[in-house]
Design a protein around this ligand. Sequence first.
Ligand code: PLP
Ligand code: COI
Length: 355
Amino acid sequence: MEKIKIELSTNLKPKPQDESKLAFGKIFTDHMFLMDYSDKKGWFDPRIVPYAPISINPAASGLHYGQLIFEGLKAYRSKTGEIVMFRPEKNMKRLNASNERLCMPTVDVDFMVGALKELIRIEKDWVPAAQGTSLYIRPFIIATEPFLGVKPSGDYMFIVILSPVGSYYPNGIQPVGIYVENEYVRAIRGGVGHAKCAGNYAASMKSQIKAAEKGFAQVLWLDGVERKYIEEVGAMNIFFAFEDEIVTPELSGSILPGITRASILDLLKSWGMPVSERRISIDEIIEAYDGGKLKEVFGTGTAAVISPVGELTHGDKKMVINNGEIGKLSKKLYDEITGIQKLEREDKFGWITRV
Ligand code: PLP
Ligand code: COI
């Protein structure tokens, strides 16, 4: 791969004054990474340039048929000022899995991790330090060939933008209310549910609005065939802690294989806790709840970190989990994972990449 060309901005934006007020994904840094692809040349012209609108042909096939995939990961600043990323190679591998599913060209994982480092080094002053803040990294690829027939595009553009962020939910680690969707579905096996493609999120918005109108933060999806088995939440995977078992839905092909999910599974196993990846129905959850055996529910995700669920509502059935308070296990996992990310706890698994 070619060396990355760098063009620095001469018009730097002011950094956020008060890091404690950072929201999610509203402001962007001074530079972005770009590279192009054509069938003939492969990926070419990697460059870091000032952040600016991009020009795109209105016939670009990605705008019409949705060959558009993305990733989400974060860079963190430790107390000593070091900047690190959390498992970036996993995100680049998942990006490639999404590419494969949508017939898009894969990228070189090591090259891309290096490119992220280079971009973040340039933007190092944008990495916030306050508790609960980070620099969100959004790589994405869009098909750019101007052609209206339905076929995989011959041209693509890979872009990485950066955004200093606070917590994804306005109330931080306070438990969220989640609405179990029983009308619409997000994905089905054999479809694209396991890929991080833009269309999955477009498909989720109808329910997201419905849930928000009812006062819920997000939607919990059930499987697309029987509408019975738990899948995942809008922007996170989900775990249920019963008295004697912690369960997360197995990777069925219709849910996103979350990197936080995988990391939480590793942590729980290393603590000797009984954890399973299996099919779990909403009926099983209701039964456990009614029997007083459902102790905690929490979501996991890059943006959401660990989000305790304080209420889960399915039709007329309202379940208040752990009195709507943060549970011990959720708190312990939150402290451990954010501690590792901020270099305050030992990185036993080698998850940290120094920038
Ligand atoms: N599920 C969905 C639909 C998501 O958008 C995300 C966020 O990326 C996750 C799960 C969690 O994945 P990860 O832990 O890799 O961020
Ligand atoms: C993430 O956690 O990175 C996500 O992609 C969630 C959402 C912002 C789409």
